[in-house]
Ligand binder design. Structure first.
Ligand code: ZN
Length: 149
């Protein structure tokens, strides 16, 4: 028996991003779109069992707004369960840490990604951690570089 792939269920976006009834091809499914705030509202209130006020505080929104987001989320989830729709999670107005892009973040004091600039020809190269630009040679012309920014 082939087991269906389980949705990823991790804390913090992207959680699951698509949830669908088994055995129905995507092309035949309607879906509801749940935004990330709505998912977070459900998680805090119904999964973690927090009071509405605590949830609102955690999301840094007013209780009224929290209530509205939660009702909207429940309505969408009910629609999906009762009518056999898929749930897509996307969008919404939320804050999350920037995602890495596979390059990692340089060690050091933070700030924008560092580059070194060649004063002679204008060539730019990514700064190498631990190596000052002034000791790095330009790949094109061999001059010592300077810190760009
Ligand atoms: Zn150069």
């Amino acid at each position: 028996m082939v087991r269906p792939v389980k949705p990823r269920f991790v804390r913090g976006p992207p959680w699951i991003d698509y949830f669908k009834p088994r055995g129905i091809p995507l092309s035949a499914l309607d879906d509801v779109v749940l935004n990330v705030e709505e998912l977070e509202a459900i998680r805090l209130k119904d999964l973690e069992g927090l009071e509405q006020e605590e949830c609102a505080n955690k999301m840094k929104i007013s209780r009224g707004t929290f209530q509205r987001i939660l009702s909207s989320a429940k309505k969408k989830i009910a629609d999906a369960l009762v009518n056999g729709k898929a749930i897509r999670v996307e969008g919404g107005n939320y804050k999350m840490p920037a995602r890495g892009r596979g390059m990692g973040f340089g060690s050091g004091a933070g700030g924008p990604p560092a580059v070194c600039v060649c004063p002679a020809c204008g060539n730019q190269q990514p700064k190498v951690a631990g190596l000052p630009c002034s000791q790095m040679k330009c790949n094109k012309c061999g001059s010592f570089m300077m810190r760009g920014g």
